[in-house]
Design a protein around this ligand. Structure first.
Ligand code: HEC
Ligand code: HEC
Length: 288
């Protein structure tokens, strides 16, 4: 959909929203002591670094397949990256950016029936969203619709962009998937673009060349494996040599661990051959 059309749809949806109330998300009293820190993200697109925490209910729930239980709270702590004299983010030894100004907490919480505040086409199950200031004051004027519309793209990950990382953190291993039916139709790049949302937690694919948790994927089809400038790959991926072609990408997306055991891409894989074919068709549109 073109951005203009999307904006129009969003405006209509927002006017239909009934009694959304960010005030009902209380700041978790047991944060940060009982919370699990499961991810730290550099965000080169906006110069932020974000710390991702799960409350005990969410952390426990993520040990099992299926949606997270009611009472789950995810807290994303947002900082400006600290920059050096040249304006470049300062990197810690592990590659994450050092924290500068503390900007805000972004929260999502689910409780039974909370989805009712929104029309079905933007509802994220029973998740609600809000923003707290660094002093833990709820910004009750937070508009939840943009949050819902963005997170809506991931129904199979319970609307949690960083779901794969949470799962790996609490289960201690990347779950394996059983390969399902192969693709029956040629890859559909349009559908693949939507599916790629599952990857955007960790990858950009535009021509910016900027890395997140994973390397930038612009021009990946035909690109030498593990060759993006400025990204620290795991040795097992570097050892592959060769270049990415469609067949290799298909195997990688069915189970990265089975292609390169120990790779730091913590993604279980997609059972559906059609999903893989569609996302590869999308990646092909990003040729260099
Ligand atoms: C433009 C799309 C977009 C919008 C709009 C958006 N988010 Fe997110 N959100 C993301 C992405 C991408 C992540 C993964 C973390 C990161 O930024 O690297 C994320 C992560 C989160 C997380 C951590 C759990 C998870 O899903 O990974 C919380 C909590 C969260 N967002 C809250 C909010 C709130 C509250 C709003 C609205 C005020 C909001 N988000 C709006 C894209 C969006
Ligand atoms: C939780 C974070 C995460 C998610 C989700 C993720 N990736 Fe990755 N990806 C990585 C990391 C980290 C690497 C680098 C792996 C290494 O060095 O071992 C990587 C590497 C890759 C590579 C190889 C890049 C190169 O330069 O050789 C491809 C291709 C890729 N990912 C595609 C995808 C696609 C497509 C998706 C969505 C279906 C996806 N990834 C989801 C983190 C992620």
């Amino acid at each position: 959909m073109r951005p203009l059309a999307l904006a129009a749809v969003a405006a209509t949806l927002i006017s239909q929203a009934s009694h959304a109330d960010p005030a009902r998300i209380a700041f978790p009293a047991d944060y940060p002591d009982k919370h699990v820190l499961y991810g730290i993200h550099n965000r080169p697109d906006n110069g932020q670094v974000r710390y991702l925490y799960a409350n005990p209910i969410a952390a426990e729930g993520a040990k099992r397949a299926g949606s997270l239980p009611n009472g789950s709270v995810l807290v994303m702590v947002v900082y400006k990256a600290k920059v050096d004299a040249a304006g470049k983010p300062v990197e810690a030894a592990d590659g994450t950016w050092e924290r500068g100004d503390f900007l805000q907490y972004s929260l999502m919480e689910k409780q039974a029936g909370w989805g009712d505040a929104f029309p079905e086409n933007i509802r994220n199950g029973d998740w609600n969203y809000t923003v707290y200031t660094p002093d833990k004051v709820n910004k009750t004027d937070t508009k939840e619709e943009p949050c819902l519309i963005c997170h809506k793209a991931l129904p199979d990950a319970d609307y949690v962009l960083s779901y794969d990382e949470l799962v790996v953190k609490v289960r201690g291993a990347v779950p394996s998937v059983v390969a399902g039916a192969p693709a029956t139709a040629p890859g559909n790049a349009e559908r693949g673009k939507t599916l790629f949302t599952r990857c955007t937690n960790c990858h950009t694919a535009d021509a910016s060349g900027k890395h997140k948790v994973g390397p930038n994927l612009h021009g990946i089809v035909g690109r030498k494996i593990a060759s993006a400038d400025g990204f620290r790959y795991s040795p097992v991926l570097v050892a592959q040599g060769e270049a990415w072609n469609e067949a290799r990408l298909d195997q990688w997306l069915a189970g990265p661990q089975s292609v390169a055991k120990g790779t730091k891409m913590v993604f279980p894989g997609w059972p559906s051959g059609q999903d893989r074919a569609d996302v590869i068709a999308f990646l092909k549109t990003l040729a260099k």
